[in-house]
Design a protein around this ligand. Structure first.
Ligand SMILES: *Cc1c(COP(=O)(O)O)cnc(C)c1O
Length: 346
């Protein structure tokens, strides 16, 4: 019998379900560059409404959504203030430097902007200083372990952005996980933001796609940049159909992912040879650090992989496990047992 693989490397590993594939196969399509794809139009309208913005744009990836937001909000040489360890700094191949030409300033050492600390980094107008141009939040924060940006701090950041006439972008690749953890509607977590992006291809389980949302003029500029970057697509309703299906059927079930992550972390906490760096598991990401005397990450990951448990290296001795649509509670129990075995000989 072939071994069942439990792939906890990322929530991007989800495969489209048979029903999702069926929706894709039967999608109504047209040339979206000519604004003639009804399914893309429907997806964009649905996401705009869901997120509380007037317009939205379907793009091939979250990276493109983020870069479009930067390109529209900023001019070359501008400064973007951001919490440390965010996706645009670490996981977008230097696009902020290569494509957008902005300086990204990592303000907070943790995942969470502290409004008071942020305030001191906003530059006053000055002929030889840089221009602070944009505030950027990631919710949930991936590298901090799927951390929810505290809603109370969000309110302060929005007030600060308003007071300083600075736009605020929220990278909501996992916004629906955040909304679930905060017990708030997604639009509430974006209230006061000038633009936001969501990924359909992570926990929501669609094969491809992200959506950028904002005001209509903002989205029209983003559409122009999307064309320039080669991200405009033709009969992309095939892909949008998967996104629409995911929005209808895969948001509520994220609760199961959070529960699985919670149990996984509780089981890992009992294992000698590792420590959990985050005090709580807010959503679907579990980080753990291998103890100094434990095997090196390569050895550890290879042992787990041999037993059918795939995990993601996430720093010198840090490992990430992400729960999603294609792993269940039993898989997480098996993962914890495998991790225990892989560390037994340390
Ligand atoms: C995954 C992710 C993105 C976008 O990723 P793509 O792989 O380009 O779709 C953006 N921000 C965060 C926080 C992410 O986790």
């Amino acid at each position: 019998m072939t071994q069942h693989i439990v792939d906890l490397r990322s929530d991007t590993m989800t495969r489209p379900t048979p029903t999702m594939r069926d929706m894709m196969a039967h999608a109504d399509v047209g040339d979206d560059v000519w604004h003639e794809d009804p399914t893309v139009a429907r997806l964009e309208a649905s996401v705009a409404t869901l997120l509380g913005f007037s317009a939205a744009l379907f793009v091939p990836s979250g990276t493109m959504a983020n870069q479009l937001a930067l390109l529209v909000h900023c001019q070359p040489g501008d400064e973007v203030l951001i919490a440390a360890e965010t996706h645009i700094v670490h996981d977008e191949a230097g696009a902020t430097a290569v494509l957008v030409h902005v300086q990204v300033i990592e303000v907070a050492s943790s995942s969470v902007f502290i409004a008071s600390r942020l305030f001191s980094r906003i530059r006053p107008p000055d002929s030889h200083g840089n221009r602070t141009r944009l505030l950027w939040i990631e919710n949930t924060h991936n590298r901090a372990g799927g951390r929810l940006f505290p809603p109370s701090e969000l309110v302060k950041i929005v007030a600060l952005a308003r007071a300083n006439v600075l736009p605020l972008h929220i990278d909501g690749a996992r916004l629906f996980n955040a909304a679930l953890a905060a017990h708030l509607p997604p639009a509430t977590l974006l209230s006061g933001a000038d633009s936001a992006s969501i990924c359909l291809s992570k926990g929501l389980g669609a094969p491809v796609g992200s959506v950028l949302a904002g005001t209509s003029p903002f989205i029209e500029k983003a559409r122009h940049w999307r064309q320039r970057l080669g991200g405009a697509m033709r009969q992309s309703g095939i892909l949008a159909a998967a996104g629409l299906y995911a929005l209808d059927h895969h948001i509520d079930r994220l609760a199961a992912d959070h529960e699985n992550a919670h149990h996984l972390a509780a089981n890992l906490a009992k294992i000698p040879g590792l420590t959990l760096p985050t005090p709580t598991i807010d959503t679907n990401i579990v980080l753990f650090d291998l103890a100094p005397k434990a095997p090196d990450p390569q050895t550890f990951l290879a042992r787990c992989a041999k037993a059918g448990i795939l995990l993601c290296p996430f720093g010198t001795r840090r490992i990430r496990a992400v729960t999603h649509l294609d792993v269940n509670a039993d898989d997480c129990l098996r993962a914890a047992a495998t991790i225990r075995d892989a560390l037994r000989t340390y």
